[in-house]
Write a protein that binds this ligand. Structure first.
Ligand SMILES: Cc1cc2nc3c(=O)[nH]c(=O)nc-3n(C[C@H](O)[C@H](O)[C@H](O)COP(=O)(O)OP(=O)(O)OC[C@H]3O[C@@H](n4cnc5c(N)ncnc54)[C@H](O)[C@@H]3O)c2cc1C
Length: 389
């Protein structure tokens, strides 16, 4: 079987490697290289976890955690650092906090169902254990010890090397310009270099570039929109900055403010971002997503984070990483065969939280294409087409 994989981010690489390992011949199209700086997979770190209020995400998050470790051992590369993740929940200020409480309650129930450890902590316990955190306004915390940090760029490149090392993957440094069909079935792609590449199956895993390809073919919408996003890295003066290093603080997500981040790993500084990007709300043109945030945007972020981490008072930014989420309205993925187009699989709509699920979902998509029985149920992510307005 010959499969064309469009895109070389974490999903394109995972798929290419697992398909080739399963015996398929793969041609991968990726114009800018694995983990390039314009992709979602080009940054340093991502949160990996199983705590989710929504069951299917908890399932694939949990199924991926041991795979990250096992595949890292197989490839001789550290892909994750499972030092735990701390979720901070606010005291009730309004209905939004009720939703966050329900999310955490649901997440605790799913972790219990999956037999995974979690500790529920009062605000004073949080401050005692992690002195860099100011607990004002918190209702409780949930610490998931088996979760942690995923090294996104490193993992993408490790899988890219592993894919090529199978001897079954040809990489083409060009974009897929269009998907070709004959008799209603997909027969291949045409590259931006003009090469026609025939295939038994085409998998489009190219984030927003993939959305455009599929929508052009089917004449309908996938309901995936571009949401600009940036993360920031900070130098924090000591002695206060000592409380924000990776032996003194886990990665965190603060439900209620939308902040998430990572301790200083000794190389990159303290990392913080809004999960819900503020750029659209502030009227910044989304097409300028690849440009660094303004000084005002950075100061707004630092000031918000300082309320939880007082050591950030005197922090100075040392770098940013900006890209776009390929988001759906409910943050649910779009994964599976495109309705009405046999031979075409779409993997996208990862909505700013896709990295952690790549092993379980990538393996499941590859196994299904190879005719096997996938270990996880992908039906809840099935591709949903909307008529054009
Ligand atoms: C800043 C940020 C923070 C995030 N934080 C987290 C987190 O903490 N935890 C988590 O789990 N997830 C997180 N995510 C989400 C996660 O990183 C992404 O979902 C994931 O990396 C996307 O991988 P991908 O392979 O789908 O897409 P990408 O990595 O974007 O790769 C798509 C590739 O397709 C290529 N391409 C585009 N068009 C074409 C074409 N026509 N032909 C061929 N190739 C094409 C591009 O060059 C690109 O390399 C975050 C995302 C961002 C941006």
């Amino acid at each position: 079987m010959h499969v064309v994989v469009v895109g070389g981010g974490i999903y394109g690489q995972t798929l290419s490697w697992r398909l080739a390992k399963g015996g398929a011949r793969v041609t991968q199209l990726e114009p800018l290289g694995p983990a390039n700086a314009l992709s979602g997979s080009g940054d340093k770190s991502r949160i990996v976890r199983a705590l989710y209020g929504h069951g299917p995400f908890a399932d694939t998050g949990a199924a991926s955690l041991p795979l990250w470790e096992a595949w890292g051992r197989e490839l001789g590369v550290t892909l994750v650092d499972l030092r735990g993740v701390l979720y901070l929940e606010h005291e009730r200020r309004g209905p939004a906090d009720d939703a966050f409480r329900a999310y955490v309650d649901g997440g605790l129930a799913h972790l219990a169902r999956l037999g995974r450890a979690v500790e529920v902590l009062a605000p004073e316990e949080i401050a005692k254990r992690w002195p860099g955190i100011h607990p004002a306004g918190l209702a409780r915390g949930a610490f998931e010890p088996g979760a942690g940090i995923g090294f996104v760029s490193r993992a993408t490149k490790a899988f890219a090397r592993a894919a090529v090392a199978t001897g079954r993957v040809r990489v083409v440094a060009a974009a897929a310009e269009r998907v070709e069909t004959a008799g209603g079935r997909v027969v291949g792609v045409v590259s931006s270099g003009g090469e026609r590449i025939e295939a038994d199956h085409v998998v489009v895993a190219a984030a927003l570039g993939g959305v455009a390809l599929v929508e052009a073919l089917v004449g309908a919408r996938l309901g995936v929109v571009a949401v600009p996003h940036f993360v920031s890295y900070w130098d924090v003066p000591w002695p206060e900055g000592r409380s924000l290093t990776s032996d003194a603080l886990p990665p965190f997500a603060e439900l209620g403010t939308g902040l998430y981040g990572f301790p200083d790993d000794g190389e990159n500084g303290f990392k913080v971002a809004w999960h819900e990007p503020v750029r659209e709300a502030t009227g910044i043109d989304p097409s300028r997503h690849h440009l660094p945030p303004s000084d005002e945007e950075l100061e707004r972020l630092r000031a918000a984070a300082e309320k939880r981490f007082p050591a950030l008072r005197a922090a100075r930014v040392r770098g940013t990483y900006q890209c776009r989420y390929d988001s759906t309205p409910d943050e649910n993925f779009q994964i599976g065969e495109v309705p009405g187009v046999p031979g075409l699989t779409f993997v996208g709509g990862m909505s700013g939280h896709g990295f952690k699920h790549a092993p379980a979902i990538g393996d499941a998509v590859a196994t299904t294409l190879l005719g096997g029985r996938s270990a996880v149920d992908l039906s809840t992510f099935a591709v949903r087409l909307e008529p054009r307005a």
